[in-house]
Design a protein around this ligand. Structure first.
Ligand code: ZN
Length: 895
C-alpha cells in the first residue's frame, strides 16, 4: 500500500513516498496507541487562580496568562463545571500485572531487558539454569526463553508508538551531459554522469510525534513538574523578573496572546513542541555508522524533568543522511537536495500537528483530566551546521540576526524573520540575497507549513555546542596554543604546552571531575572532556599567558556559569551582559597580538543573543543539546550494540519500542501502588582502623568540650587540656561521608537532588591516597566564602559518648589569603594553616560540612617539577585556588 504525493512548495523536485512499515517484522509494531488509556490518580491542578504565591520559599509572585486557561473538559471536549474532580481511575485490580503474570515476571523482564541489557543467548542460559534449580520444587522460571520474554514485552499495551517510514527521492531534472562519442567527431547527450544520489531512495523512519506528545501529556510522573499556562514570575520585594522553566519565558506568553484572539481557543491549553536533532556516530573496528535522531519534548514540563534521564525527551525519528562522492559534494544541486530532504522530512513527520495547531483537540493529562490542546512549534535545538540548514543561510552568517558575515560582532543587527526574508525574495536576485543577507535561494523552511512558526526566532540557545565546544574548546584553548607559538616559537611553545599539560595532570581529584593523566593531548575529544577541562584550565595557564588572557577566560567562565543557572533573574542578565562586555574587551588581546585574524565567529557571536533568548525561552539549560547527547546513549548507541549490526536500524527501533513499553508499564504499576517495598538494605559497613594522627585523644576531648559547652565564651585554645572530657572507647572509621544537596543545573536526579561523596581514604581505589577538601560552615550569616572555611578531610569516624552518637571528621585547616578573591581569576586563594610548625588539625562535627571543595594549586609562573602528580599536589604547594568553576554548586558558594 504505497502512495505517492508531492510536496507542492518544493517545486516538485522531491517525491515523498509513504510506505507503511512492511519491510520490518510487523508483529512487533503495534498499530494504535490508546493514549487515553493511562490510569491516573487525581492531583488537583495548582493553577486554579490567575495570580498566586509560589510555594518555593522564595517569595515569588506569579502572574498566569489569562488567555488560554487550561480548563478541564470531558472526553468529548465539553468543559466541566469548576472543581469537578478528574474521572476515576480505570478499574485495575492491584494484582493485575498483565501482560505479566506477577511482579517477579515484570521485575525480571525489566532487569534483563532494560537494566542488564542481556544478550539473547545469555538470557537463554540464565533461564535454563533457573529452570534447573527449580526443577526439584516442580516450579518454572518466569520465561521459557528470550523469545517468550520479548513477546511478553511486545504485548504491553501502552507506551509504544509504532514506527513508520517513508522513502524520499530526488525528482528534479537530471543533467544531460554533452559528450563526444569515442573515436568520432559526433557529440551526443549521455545520461551516464547522473550522480547516484539523484536516483537513490532515502529511508526516513519516524513515529507519529503527536501520539508521542500525547503520551508525555498523559504521564502521571510529571504532574508536579508541569505548567498548564504561560506565566511571569517576579520576586515580591524587588519586582524582579525570574526566568526558569520554559513557560516562564516571553515566547510562550506571546504565542498565547496571538491564540487568545480566536474565540475557538477559549479554555484550551497551549502545548509548545520542542524539537532537536543531532547526528551521532557509532563505531566498530571496521568503520563508522552515522545516525541522525530527531527528538521531541514539550514546553510544559519543567526543565529539570527534561534534563533528567526520564522520558520527557523522546526519540521520534531517524532522518536521512544523503551522501555522495567528493566530486558532487559541493555542487549546488546536491547542497539544495540536502536542504530539501531535511525540510521536507520534517514537514512530513510533523504533519499530524498541523490541524490541532489551529483547532483544539482533546487530550488526557497526567492529572487525570481531559483538556482541549493547541500545539505550536517551539524552539529547535541544533548545532551550528544544522542551524545553517534549518534557516537556509550561508555558512558563517548568524541564523538569528542579519549581522554581516565577517563583522558579526561589530554592531547591533536586526533580527531575521520570515516576513523580511519573503519580502527580500520578491525584490532581489539570488546573488544579492546570498551576498548581502547570507540567504540561500530556493528552499522553503519546514516551518512554513505550520501556523505562527518562524524558524529564525525558534533557533534555541545551545550551551554545549556554542559555548563549551565552540567558544571554549575550539576558540579560546586553541588561541592559547597559537599565542604560545606566536610569541615563543615552536620549541619553547612546546615546552610550555608540556608544562600546562603537567599542571592539568596534577589537578587534585574531585568527585565527578575527569582527570587528564596526559594533559589534554588526546584524540577522541568529547563534550564532557571540554566541560572537565573548563573547570581546571585557568590556573594551568597562569604565568604562561598575559593577564588579559587570564581575564578573558575568567569573564568567559563567569558568562558560562551564569547562563547555566537554573533560575535567571533580571539581575543575573545584567551580570551576563557585564561578563560578555568584559569578555569582548579582554579578548581583543588575541587580535592585537596577531594570534587570530578575526572574531567574526558564529558560535562566539551567539553569546550576544543569550540575554534575549533567556527572556524568550527561560533558562537555557532546559534546552541544551547535552540532553540529546545523553539520550543518544540509550536511544542509539546501546540499541546499536545489541543489534547484529546488519541493517541495524530496524532492530534499534524494536529495542527502543520495547524499552519505552517497559518504562511506561513501570510508571503505570507505580501509580497503582504496586511496586512499593522493593528495596535493598543499606550494606554500608564501617571499617575500624588505628588512627595514625598524634594526640587524637586530645582533639576528641576538645571536640567533646565544644559539643557539651557550646556557649562557653572562652577562646578554646586557652582552655587547659585537663578540663576536656577524656574519651578512650571505640572509634569507627569510615572512608567517606556523603551529603545530599540541591544541584538543579547539573544533569542529576529528578528535582536536582544529588548525592555527593567526600572521601578520605589512605588507599583510594588501591592506587593513590585520596583526601578530599570541603567547605565548612563557619559563619552562616555571611555570604559566599566570607562565611566559609576550607578544610582537608583526613579521616571520618564516629563514636558514642554518654549514649550520644557523634559523627565527626578530623580535618586540616586552610587559611584564606587576603580579603577578596584574586583579581585576575576571580577565585579565592588559600594556604595550609599551621599551628607553630605542625599542621593545624581539629575534629569537627560532620553537620558543619557544607559541600565538597576543589582546590587547584597556585602554580604561579614556575614550571612544575615532574615528580608532582594529582595525588600529591595538595601537599606540595604553598597556595591554592578555591576552584569556583569546578561545578555549578561551587560557583554559587565560592564567590
Ligand atoms: Zn546574530
Amino acid at each position: 500500500m504505497d502512495h505517492t504525493f508531492h510536496l507542492h512548495h518544493h517545486q516538485g523536485k522531491l517525491t515523498v513516498i509513504l510506505v507503511v512499515s512492511l519491510s520490518l517484522d510487523v508483529s512487533v509494531f503495534f498499530l494504535t496507541v490508546p493514549s487515553e488509556d493511562a490510569r491516573h490518580s487525581s492531583v488537583p491542578p495548582a493553577h486554579e487562580v490567575d495570580a498566586e504565591f509560589h510555594g518555593t520559599g522564595k517569595n515569588l509572585f506569579c502572574n498566569y496568562h489569562t488567555g488560554l486557561n487550561a480548563q478541564p473538559c470531558d472526553a468529548n471536549g465539553h468543559f466541566l463545571p469548576p472543581s469537578t474532580p478528574p474521572l476515576p481511575l480505570t478499574e485495575q485490580l492491584p494484582d493485575d500485572w498483565s501482560p505479566f503474570r506477577n511482579c517477579t515476571e515484570f521485575e525480571t523482564a525489566e532487569f534483563l531487558y532494560s537494566r542488564a541489557q542481556m544478550s539473547a543467548p545469555n538470557i537463554n542460559t540464565l533461564l535454563d539454569l533457573w529452570a534447573a534449580s527449580l526443577l526439584k520444587h516442580g516450579d518454572m522460571p518466569p520465561f521459557a526463553d528470550h523469545k517468550d520474554l520479548y513477546k511478553t514485552i511486545d504485548n504491553i499495551p501502552i507506551g509504544g508508538v509504532n514506527w513508520q517510514s517513508f522513502k524520499i527521492q530526488y525528482s528534479g531534472e537530471k543533467p544531460d551531459i554533452l559528450s563526444r562519442i569515442p573515436n568520432t567527431n559526433h557529440y551526443s547527450f549521455l545520461n551516464t554522469h547522473v550522480p547516484s544520489w539523484m536516483s537513490q531512495q532515502f529511508d526516513v523512519w519516524y513515529r507519529n510525534p503527536r501520539e508521542v506528545a500525547r503520551n508525555i501529556l498523559a504521564n502521571p510522573d510529571y504532574v508536579n513538574d508541569f505548567d498548564y499556562r504561560p506565566f511571569h514570575e517576579y520576586s515580591v520585594s524587588k519586582e524582579e523578573h525570574h526566568y526558569q522553566d520554559f513557560m516562564s519565558g516571553d515566547w510562550a506568553w506571546k504565542q498565547v496572546d496571538i491564540l487568545a484572539t480566536d474565540p475557538d481557543t477559549l479554555g484550551a491549553t497551549f502545548v509548545p513542541i520542542i524539537l532537536g536533532s543531532d547526528k551521532t556516530m557509532v563505531s566498530v573496528g571496521t568503520g563508522n555508522n552515522e545516525y541522525y535522531p530527531l527528538y521531541l519534548s514539550i514546553g510544559n514540563v519543567h526543565n529539570n524533568v527534561r534534563r533528567a534521564h526520564r522520558d520527557a525527551l523522546c526519540l521520534v525519528g531517524f532522518l536521512a543522511i544523503p551522501k555522495t562522492t567528493n566530486e558532487h559534494k559541493e555542487t549546488e544541486e546536491f547542497c539544495d537536495f540536502r536542504r530539501q530532504i531535511f525540510h521536507s522530512s520534517l514537514a512530513k513527520i510533523l504533519e499530524t500537528f498541523k490541524k490541532p495547531m489551529s483547532k483544539p483537540e482533546v487530550a488526557r493529562f497526567g492529572d487525570g483530566h481531559y483538556r482541549r490542546v493547541l500545539y505550536g512549534l517551539g524552539p529547535y535545538i541544533a548545532d551550528y551546521e544544522e542551524q545553517v540548514l534549518l534557516t537556509s543561510i550561508v555558512r558563517n552568517w548568524c541564523p538569528r540576526c542579519l549581522a554581516p558575515r565577517g563583522k558579526l560582532d561589530d554592531d547591533e543587527a536586526l533580527c531575521r524573520c520570515e516576513a523580511h526574508r519573503e519580502a527580500l525574495f520578491k525584490e532581489d536576485t539570488s546573488d544579492v540575497l546570498r551576498r548581502d543577507f547570507g540567504i540561500v535561494g530556493s528552499i522553503v523552511p519546514f516551518t512554513n507549513d505550520f501556523p505562527r512558526a518562524d524558524i529564525h526566532q525558534l533557533i534555541a540557545p545551545d550551551i554545549l555546542h556554542q559555548i563549551i565546544k565552540g567558544c571554549f574548546k575550539d576558540h579560546l584553548v586553541t588561541w592559547v596554543e597559537k599565542y604560545l607559538h606566536h610569541v615563543h616559537g615552536k620549541r619553547e611553545a612546546e615546552r610550555r604546552m608540556d608544562d600546562i599539560n603537567r599542571r592539568l595532570a596534577a589537578a587534585t581529584p574531585f568527585t565527578g571531575l575527569r582527570r587528564f593523566p596526559q594533559g589534554r593531548g588526546f584524540k577522541q575529544w568529547t563534550g564532557d572532556d571540554s566541560k572537565a577541562l573548563m573547570k581546571i584550565y585557568l590556573p594551568a595557564i597562569e604565568g604562561h599567558v598575559p593577564t588579559d588572557v587570564i581575564r578573558t577566560f575568567r569573564a568567559f567562565l563567569e558568562f558560562c556559569y551564569l547562563v547555566r543557572r537554573n533560575v535567571i533573574m533580571e539581575d543575573t542578565i545584567s551580570q551576563i551582559e557585564d561578563a560578555l562586555r568584559r569578555f569582548h574587551h579582554y579578548c581583543s588581546i588575541f587580535l592585537w597580538l596577531g594570534v587570530v585574524p578575526t572574531f567574526s565567529l558564529p558560535r562566539q557571536h551567539s553569546m550576544k543573543h543569550y540575554p534575549d533568548l533567556i527572556c524568550l525561552f527561560g533558562a537555557p539549560n532546559g534546552l541544551c543539546s547535552s540532553m540529546m547527547e545523553n539520550k543518544h546513549i540509550k536511544a542509539v548507541k546501546q540499541p546499536w550494540r545489541w543489534s547484529n549490526r546488519y541493517n541495524a536500524l530496524g532492530q534499534m527501533l524494536v529495542t527502543n519500542q520495547r524499552l519505552d513499553k517497559i518504562a511506561a508499564l513501570r510508571v503505570d504499576f507505580a501509580k497503582c501502588g504496586m511496586l512499593n517495598g522493593t528495596c535493598l538494605s543499606d550494606a554500608s559497613a564501617a571499617l575500624a582502623i588505628e588512627l595514625s594522627i598524634p594526640n587524637v585523644q586530645d582533639l576528641i576531648g576538645r571536640f567533646l568540650f565544644e559539643q557539651l559547652h557550646p556557649r562557653d565564651p572562652r577562646d578554646h585554645a586557652t582552655i587547659p587540656l585537663h578540663s576536656f572530657p577524656i574519651y578512650d572507647g571505640k572509634i569507627s572509621v569510615v572512608n567517606s561521608a556523603s551529603s545530599r544537596f540541591y544541584a538543579p543545573s547539573d544533569l542529576s536526579g529528578i528535582g536536582g537532588m544529588r548525592r555527593e561523596h567526600i572521601r578520605s581514604c589512605p588507599n583510594w581505589r588501591n592506587a593513590h591516597t585520596r583526601y578530599d577538601c570541603m567547605f565548612i560552615n563557619a559563619q552562616p550569616d555571611l555570604e559566599g566564602m566570607r562565611g566559609l572555611q576550607i578544610a582537608h578531610a583526613l579521616c571520618f569516624f564516629s563514636f558514642k559518648y554518654k549514649f550520644v552518637l557523634y559523627k565527626c571528621a578530623i580535618v586540616h585547616w586552610f587559611d584564606v589569603i587576603g580579603d577578596t578573591p584574586d583579581e585576575d581569576t576571580g577565585m579565592w586563594v588559600v594556604q595550609p594553616s599551621f599551628d607553630g610548625h605542625s599542621l593545624n588539625i581539629l575534629v569537627i562535627h560532620i553537620d558543619t560540612i557544607y559541600h565538597a571543595a576543589h582546590l587547584l594549586p597556585h602554580y604561579g609562573v614556575d614550571f612544575i617539577p615532574r615528580a608532582i602528580n594529582f595525588s600529591n599536589s595538595l601537599d606540595k604547594f604553598r597556595a591554592f585556588y578555591v576552584n569556583k568553576f569546578t561545578d555549578h554548586h561551587a560557583f554559587e558558594i565560592a564567590f
